[in-house]
Write a protein that binds this ligand. Structure first.
Ligand code: F6R
Ligand code: MN
Length: 187
């Protein structure tokens, strides 16, 4: 028998950069994030093509039971006093979970259940985050470096952004040089 040994794709843990695999890259710019940040005027004042985050994903199988692997690189920055963050989503298949691992930079992972109850976890190189099903998730970069986090999730999970059109129930802003968590009342 002639068994071949395959060279898998690699990720550089310190930077989160992939090499050796077919990749799909998706960039999200300020202009794609309408109604995400609280300060509409500050958002309007930004060049719309400024990149907020990029996701590099291994181009792997999308069949039921398969897993996707991707790294999010979230730039440092603020819109008004609110830190750069990802749009955030529930999975379309609500029961499907995900694992995030912090690789570079520092920030927060905002988790929110379907009743609107929110919690935050520190993200840092080596942090491991178990995101259960039925839980919306968003990365927030509270540091001055790029925040990079590796994620593994079921290919069949899908994304539901519309369910959070009203926004999360927490915003993270800079106040006096420090991150401050503000609770938002949507009633
Ligand atoms: C996949 C996942 C991440 C995010 C990425 C960008 O399920 O959670 O790969 O997709 O961090 O965030 P969104 O998709 O909210 O723009
Ligand atoms: Mn997800």
């Amino acid at each position: 028998m002639n068994i071949s040994i395959i060279q898998p794709p690699q990720v550089a843990w310190a930077s989160g950069l992939f090499s050796g695999g077919p990749l799909i890259r998706k960039s999200t710019c300020i202009g794609n994030l309408a109604n995400v940040f609280a300060d509409e005027q500050a958002w309007q004042a930004y060049p719309p093509h400024e990149v907020v985050y990029e996701v590099d994903m291994l181009d792997s199988a999308s069949t039921e039971g398969a897993l996707y692997t991707g790294v999010t690189h979230l730039n440092p920055g603020k819109v008004g006093d609110e830190y750069f963050m990802t749009r955030g989503h529930f999975h379309a298949r609500r029961e499907q979970g995900e694992v995030y691992c912090g690789l570079r930079g520092t920030g927060l992972l905002l988790l929110q259940d379907e009743q609107g109850a929110a919690r935050l976890e520190h993200v840092f190189p080596g942090s491991v985050h178990i995101i259960p099903g039925f839980t919306a998730h968003r990365l927030i970069n509270t540091g001055s470096d790029i925040l990079s986090a590796l994620a593994v999730w079921p290919s069949a999970a899908g994304h539901d952004y519309a369910a959070l059109a009203q926004g999360f129930s927490v915003r993270v802003v800079e106040e006096g040089g420090e991150a401050r968590v503000k609770e938002i009342n949507h009633d």
